[in-house]
Design a protein around this ligand. Structure first.
Ligand SMILES: [Zn+2]
Length: 120
């Protein structure tokens, strides 16, 4: 399953960055998921949840932010968007375009509660 390997990659990043003693205090792991990245957010959450139990990460830590697809046309300087990730400019038909967002996934932030702080 595609999302499982992605969830595993995210978990690896988290475990590389956060020492084991701090892992139970993780509040959230925010990932930016591009609208046309092909990743299904619900599946990703589900897979990450399964791995969290295995890796002693707190439950429900994953926060997914959807990043809209944006593309820029060089010849006519139009910025456009659509739901399918099509890179042809709707104004002039050019394929000389540049994808600016919406295709990839990245771990944006990892928030950890201070251990002496009240956790809500
Ligand atoms: Zn154009």
């Amino acid at each position: 399953m595609h999302e499982l390997s992605i969830a595993r990659a995210i978990a690896t990043i988290v475990c590389d960055l956060v020492p084991p003693s701090d892992r139970p205090h993780i509040r959230n792991v925010t990932v930016d998921v591009g609208h046309v990245s092909g990743i299904v957010p619900d599946s990703l959450s589900f897979c990450f949840e399964a791995l969290s139990a295995e890796l002693s990460l707190p439950p429900h830590a994953l926060v997914i932010r959807r990043v809209p697809f944006r593309c820029y046309c060089r010849p006519c300087a139009t910025e456009f968007s659509n739901d399918s990730g099509i890179v042809l400019c709707p104004s002039c038909g050019s394929a000389d375009t540049e994808v600016r967002s919406g295709r990839d996934l990245r771990v944006a932030t990892i928030e950890i509660a201070e251990s002496n702080q009240d956790r809500t």
